[in-house]
Design a binder for this molecule. Structure first.
Ligand code: GAL
Length: 417
């Protein structure tokens, strides 16, 4: 009975509000994304709730698959069918590819009103703007050269964070002696490539830049690249037998549940630790991949805004504005594990890993050691990225020797350029 009265009362109120109410109800955004893990979904919820509080409803289009490979395939099908979503989570060069096709909308008005040019780092603007026009709203900055270590296992192993490659190997051997899986990993091309990002960076900033940013054939084919593949072979010896195809968040869970020593993964992994109630410094340790301190390989999730029917544009612009609000940037990134996509957001609400992430990013940017992540679409367009993925994964799985991988890498990149 009570339920009946309540429903009737709501219906009466809605009728009395008339046109105003239906205009509000029409404000809707359809959002395609791959944030389906526990930590990712919790962060996305911050955005959904923020928009709901502004009267904008959310139509969810999740496409599972870390790194977004599957999401990008679904997106292509949607756009080909003439049915583009309002906003799409997207990485780096993919945004520019869609802009080139003329598929994206224009956020100039809101960007100018809110002064985005002054607060969004230039490294991100490279991907948020095309031909001088804003086409995407950056929501965060992640980076890929992180290690997430189980604190109890590290303490048992002597408590020292490995400062270089040799110390890392010593630590992994100690994890083996403890009877846990030393490296929690999921055998998917993007995850293999995420480790490769860090391994290549650990062999020098210049090496990373020449290999992945400049795509210099001599560097791609160098003895140093063979060394990078040799390191991948070494790391492969520390993963468990069931690693193949495992999702990244299940690998994080192995560290969270004391089954594995560490995971090499971008800082979205922190979102999983936090979701599980774990605390940095107490339950887990975050550190840069040994040998990459001071350098950052970044990727930024942006919401690329598609050309949509005129009546959908106001909600799209409101979504872009909400994403760039400094308070939202703080609230969202605290949960996601990433750092703000603006330079003026205080780090007050961030935990120690987040504070370190903000500081590392600013310092790497100032010292010229901030690079786009190859594995996460910020070094090259998808064609080149996928060509590198293919070689890295085949080598990691023992289908290619390090020597063969070097030769294949040069040819694959040349063919995809
Ligand atoms: C990255 C993305 C992150 C995280 C991760 C795993 O490409 O930037 O936000 O979602 O994939 O799904």
């Amino acid at each position: 009975m009570r339920k009946f009265v309540t429903t009737t009362a709501i219906a009466a109120v809605m009728m009395s509000l008339g046109g105003g109410m239906s205009a509000r109800a029409a404000e809707n955004v359809e959002v395609l994304h791959w944030w389906t893990s526990g930590g990712e979904a919790a962060a996305l919820d911050v955005l959904k709730k923020d928009l709901e509080s502004k009267g904008i409803s959310w139509t969810d289009m999740p496409v599972a698959g870390g790194g977004g490979t599957e999401a990008m395939t679904v997106l292509r099908a949607r756009v080909t069918a003439g049915n583009a979503p309002t906003a799409v989570q997207m990485l780096g060069f993919d945004i520019l590819d869609w802009a080139k096709e003329g598929a994206l909308g224009n956020l100039d008005e809101v960007a100018a009103q809110e002064g985005w040019d002054k607060v969004v780092p230039t490294a991100l603007q490279q991907f948020s703007k095309y031909d001088g026009h804003w086409i995407a709203a950056p929501v965060n900055v992640h980076s890929t050269n992180w290690v997430w270590i189980n604190k109890a296992a590290l303490d048992k192993a002597g408590g020292k964070e490995p400062a270089n490659w040799d110390e890392l190997i010593v630590l992994l051997d100690k994890f083996k002696e403890q009877g846990i899986t030393p490296v929690a990993h999921g055998g998917q091309p993007w995850q293999d490539a995420t480790i490769f990002d860090a391994v290549v960076l650990s062999l020098g900033n210049d090496f990373y830049k020449k290999a992945f940013i400049d795509l210099d054939p001599a560097t791609l084919g160098s003895p140093q690249m063979k060394e990078a593949f040799d390191r991948m072979t070494k790391l492969r010896s520390y993963v468990d037998d069931n690693f193949s195809g495992r999702d990244w968040n299940l690998a994080s869970a192995m560290v969270i549940e004391d089954k594995a020593g560490l995971q090499f993964m971008g800082d979205w992994a922190k979102g999983e630790f936090l979701k599980a109630g774990k605390k940095p410094g107490t339950d887990f340790v975050c550190m840069r991949f040994p040998g990459t301190q001071g350098s950052v390989t970044f990727n930024s999730d942006q919401f690329a805004m598609f050309k949509v029917a005129d009546d959908k544009v106001p909600a799209q612009l409101k979504m872009a504005s909400a994403i760039e609000s400094p308070t939202f940037q703080s609230a969202f990134n605290v949960v996601k594990g990433s750092v703000p996509a603006r330079t003026d957001v205080p780090d007050t609400d961030f935990d120690d890993c987040g504070k370190k992430g903000i500081k590392d990013l600013a310092e790497a940017n100032a010292s010229g050691s901030l690079y786009g992540s190859m594995a996460h679409g910020h070094a090259n367009p998808a064609a080149v990225k996928n060509a590198i993925y293919d070689v890295v994964t085949r080598q990691f799985n023992g289908e290619l020797s390090s020597e063969e991988a070097v030769t294949e890498l040069v040819a694959a990149v040349e063919g995809a350029k």
